[in-house]
Design a protein around this ligand. Structure first.
Ligand code: MSP
Length: 519
């Protein structure tokens, strides 16, 4: 993995429906990683966007009596607006209907063709439009339904172009075996290894325009469009800047990606789309002769109570409504603290409240009381003292957080940060600054207590920054800092003499929030 440059991607979301909490989770998880790396001095390219071709979009547009492009314009706008509200710091928002992307897909497919990787054949089988994927007869559920989403599947018999995916089975398996961390977590890696131990077929990469017209036309047969997954996966390459389709073949960048962001450092995906990312995508890259992404991280699934979220059940959680009620940083904290990376988690209002209370009662409370005491006892100026209480705990927390983040165990990093805040509240109880203030001999001890609290708050500001960026900018200002400290900077920061400032609670108690919302 490169040390000072990192290219990170989310899946591109279908432009057929509104963003929900599942999309928000993937994007926030990516954002927390991106912010953490940037805070640590790395240069990051963070990509997200929308997946805009294929029958799913075509059907939805027809249902709404609009054109596919109009639907996509609207939905891409909604995703971008949602990411703004949720404080996503992506560097690029790609849409697969962009001219640049279409040109890269065309060049990619032409390259496969030129290298003898594609042949024409007959497809006969079952297709689920909702999942945009094929099923074999034996996979189907009752009444020819999709085993994943339970919707009816279509029987297809048509001419398709096929990519010789099967030729790369051994090479891919060898790559996975030689790079045990290529797919994380291990459970997903094992799933893919198991899949690759079965015979691997070739991949249909086209659709006849007579059935699907909303797509990118194949360069060598204008009666066919690219299969939407092939089109979509290539977005990662488009945004990397590796391929310049305007150049003659041979100079387009397929033989030399230096100077671009390719290969990608991390594709972050939900576990539902691990096969497309860990089998289709790498074999396609092998087919054109490009290096593989360095790592694929698959996270788990958000369910509601114990049921899958779905439009038809009417139980889809809207992250924007939650953000409106409790604030963006609280939503980010809940989602990232609650779900162990890689596992499933269940959304419940009770759990949301419990997690919110941690912010309000532990972190928020610590900030309020420490700043109030510096105000009351030292005129709002951090006293000159070593401030070395909790130093070992603070250092240990940074080490734990760094280690957890390097393994994408974001929930562990966040838990450790909250533990430090809890320990600092314990430190206040133990030191009793209000008694130190009354004790005529207690002045130095009080200075030490207050200096320690100021230092720990600066450290917490750095630790919580990736998950709660807006609130930590606010906290940094209240602590008299010029900005949120870097990870390395936080421990070495001189706090003496800084003027602190009181303010509204960083995280108002829920009762208050509810009253505010109700006006
Ligand atoms: N368009 C494809 C991806 C193409 S990437 C080249 C797609 N889009 S999607 O809109 O269905 O979004 C899928 C992703 O959203 C999942 O992989 C996952 O990251 C996220 N989630 C959607 N629902 C989710 C949950 N209920 N829980 C967690 N994440 C989920 O597939």
């Amino acid at each position: 993995m490169s040390t000072n440059r990192r290219y990170l991607t989310t899946p591109i979301y279908y432009a057929s429906g509104d963003p929900h909490i599942g999309h928000a989770y993937t994007t926030i998880l990516s954002d927390v990683l991106a912010r953490f790396w940037r805070q640590d001095g790395e240069e990051v390219l963070f990509l997200t966007g929308t997946d805009e071709h294929g029958p799913k979009i075509e059907d939805e547009a027809a249902k709404r009596n609009t054109t596919p492009l109009e639907l996509c314009d609207e939905m891409a706008g909604r995703f971008a607006a949602a990411w703004d509200i949720l404080a996503i710091s992506h560097d690029r928002f790609i849409r697969t209907t962009e001219e640049e992307h279409k040109a890269v897909v065309t060049a990619f497919i032409q390259r496969l063709w030129d290298r003898g990787q594609i042949y024409e054949g007959q497809y006969s089988g079952w297709y689920c439009v909702h999942e945009e994927r094929y099923w074999t007869e034996k996979d189907l559920g009752p009444d020819n339904s999709c085993p994943d989403c339970k919707r009816p599947v279509q029987h297809l018999e048509e001419t398709n172009y096929f990519f010789k995916m099967s030729e790369y089975q051994g090479q891919l398996l060898a790559h996975i075996e030689a790079n045990p961390n290529w797919i994380v977590p291990e459970e997903r890696r094992n799933e893919i290894v198991g899949f690759l131990q079965q015979p691997l077929g070739d991949l249909s990469i086209s659709r006849p325009k007579s059935r699907v017209s909303w797509g990118i036309t194949l360069p060598f047969d204008e009666d066919h469009v690219a299969y939407v997954w092939v089109d979509a996966l290539i977005n990662y390459l488009t945004a990397s800047g590796a391929i310049d389709p305007s150049q003659e073949s041979g100079a387009q960048g397929f033989d030399d990606v230096s100077g671009s962001w390719w290969p990608c450092d991390l594709h972050l995906v939900g576990k539902d789309i691990i096969t497309t990312h860990a089998v289709y995508w790498p074999t396609l890259l092998m087919g054109v002769g490009l290096p593989l992404p360095r790592q694929i991280l698959a996270h788990g699934w958000w369910v509601v109570g114990d049921t899958k979220m779905s439009k038809s059940l009417g139980n889809v959680i809207d992250p924007l409504a939650l953000s409106d009620e409790f604030g963006t940083d609280a939503v980010r904290w809940y989602l990232l603290r609650e779900m162990p990376t890689g596992s499933d988690a269940s959304y419940t209002t009770e759990r949301f409240m419990t997690r919110y209370d941690e912010l309000a009662n532990i972190l928020g409370n610590l900030a309020s009381r420490a700043i109030a005491m510096i105000g009351k006892y030292r005129d709002g100026v951090v006293p000159n003292a070593a401030g070395t209480g909790l130093l070992a705990e603070t250092e240990a927390t940074f080490a734990t957080a760094r280690d957890a983040m390097s393994r994408y165990r974001v929930h562990e990093a966040l838990a450790a940060a909250m533990e430090l805040a809890r320990a600092a509240n314990g430190y206040v109880e133990e030191r009793q600054p209000w008694s130190q203030a009354k004790d005529p001999e207690g002045s130095d001890a009080l200075d030490e207590t207050l200096a320690t609290l100021a230092r720990v708050l600066a450290a917490l500001c750095a630790l919580f920054q990736p998950v709660a960026p807006a609130k930590m900018v606010d906290l940094a200002a209240r602590l008299g800092l010029d900005g949120v400290p870097t990870l390395d900077g936080a421990l070495a920061l001189a706090m003496t003499g800084r003027s602190v400032r009181k303010g509204e609670p960083l995280f108002p108690r829920i009762q208050q929030t509810r009253e505010q919302v109700q006006g």
